[in-house]
Write a new protein. Structure first.
Length: 447
């Protein structure tokens, strides 16, 4: 009796203080038993069963047996994970994957799980991912992510899987969010993940460099004002044109070369000729689009034109855009909506109004817009990530301090490539001189 009480108390404490440990010790066994015992009745209650086929009815009639019961989707596999259960189902004739997706919230309540998401693996096979606890409350990234070139694990999804930023699959992306919503932490995770890779980082931070310049040792080029940003973007456009000339010269389109070996982008070039891929991070895009006079308007048009050209043509040349901002709508002037249309990946943190969420997902998924405006203010870092296919996920990046990101960049500073076209914009890494005067004048003493 004493041992049973100790087990119950231990399980209660773990569930309260350490839900991950509770799941791995007690929760996974209880949830597996619960799913297997309740499966048939839950599927019937959720309307996910089909009536018996005609041949089964005829066979029962011939054999003078009772009428067969309705059949639920068959369980192909049940696999426990560190955050929940993965259930693979074989649909019955007449069922659709949308039926499972529409019933996911009812399945969550029926199986007493924290969350249930579904996706279609192939025709007739659906995978249910059930989470046993709130994995986004305290994000712990798996220790062995599936890293590949230009593929960075940046956050955790609500179903317990890793959210990757894959530049080969989605070249350009837009990240929106209000102040104190977690954009900077997301950006730090991105830079920290790119730092060990063979990639040139280019930063444009018009907040006088307060976000990106601490990470300068890993950057090949940095700009902290719109004038420098315009020159830097023009240099990137010229570099892109030079890369295209290299691809043209090395396309290998002679008749004795297989079609698969013909080069149409930098990834089809030999390793010794392939230019270093470049990731361009823009911290606050509105600062590049705003202007107060005619000269600034000309500079603004020059910047937006260069960004639009890089978004349209940069992928094959190995140039990828990562644009961040609080808003990114048509009020920023001409060319903005054309640029936004080229940014396939969309990530929205907490926003202040529905129109800001529409800027990210209005042309992709109305459900994602609704999810973005429901992010609570006390969940910094929580975001909605989607792409042009209409699919979206709730994600949250692990909290990464600026000090930790700086340490990662300093550790891999020797990997910073030297791109000749970007040499004039290489950040100076001198030791800061001590200040001779206070930054803010002190108030005069009271008489």
């Amino acid at each position: 009796m004493v041992a049973l009480v100790l087990v119950v108390v231990t399980a209660g404490l773990l569930r309260w203080r350490g839900p991950a440990w509770y799941w791995m010790t007690f929760g996974v066994v209880l949830a597996t038993v619960r799913v297997l015992v309740r499966y048939g009745s839950v599927m019937d209650a959720c309307g996910l069963t089909v009536p018996p086929s005609r041949w089964r009815l005829a066979l029962a009639r011939i054999a003078n047996r009772p009428v067969p019961e309705s059949r639920a989707p068959g369980i192909r596999r049940l696999r426990p994970t560190r955050t929940g259960l993965v259930l693979r189902l074989k649909l019955r004739p007449g069922q659709d994957a949308f039926d499972i997706a529409a019933a996911s919230d009812r399945l969550r309540h029926s199986f007493s799980m924290y969350g249930v998401t579904s996706r279609e693996l192939r025709s007739g096979v659906v995978e249910l991912r059930m989470t046993g606890y709130d994995v986004l409350k305290q994000v712990r990234m798996p220790a062995d992510p599936d890293t590949r070139p230009m593929r960075v694990p940046v956050a955790l999804r609500e179903d317990g899987t890793i959210h990757y930023r894959d530049y080969r699959a989605i070249p350009h992306a837009l990240t929106l969010g209000a102040t104190e919503s977690g954009k900077s932490v997301y950006q730090r995770n991105l830079v920290a993940g790119l730092a060990p890779m063979d990639v040139a980082l280019v930063g444009i931070d018009c907040k006088q460099g307060v976000e990106l310049f601490p990470l300068a040792r890993r950057f090949s080029a940095l700009a902290d004002n719109p004038d420098t940003a315009a020159d830097l973007l023009d240099a990137l456009v010229r570099h892109m044109e030079d890369v295209y000339q290299l691809i043209r010269a090395e396309q290998r389109i002679t008749s004795d070369v297989p079609d698969a070996d013909i080069a149409a982008d930098i990834w089809a070039l030999p390793d010794d000729l392939r230019p270093t891929p470049i990731v361009v991070l823009v911290d606050e895009v509105a600062e590049l689009a705003l202007y107060a006079n005619k000269e600034e308007e000309k500079r603004r048009d020059r910047i937006i034109t260069a960004l639009a050209r890089l978004a349209q043509l940069g992928r094959a040349a190995g140039i990828y855009l990562e644009i961040c901002g609080q808003r990114f709508g048509s009020e920023l002037g001409k060319g903005i909506t054309m640029l936004r249309a080229q940014l396939t990946g969309r990530t929205a943190h907490r926003v202040n109004d529905e129109s800001s969420a529409n800027m990210a997902f209005g042309d992709i998924s109305p459900d994602a817009v609704l999810a973005a405006i429901q992010i609570p203010a006390d969940m910094r870092g929580l975001a909605i990530a989607g792409d042009s296919t209409g699919g979206w996920h709730r994600i949250r990046a692990p909290h990464t301090t600026l000090r930790k990101a700086v340490n990662v960049c300093n550790r891999y500073a020797d990997l910073t490539p030297d791109v000749p076209a970007l040499a004039p914009f290489r950040p100076a890494l001198g030791i800061p001189r001590p200040m001779t005067a206070p930054a803010v004048e002190s108030a005069p003493a009271a008489a």
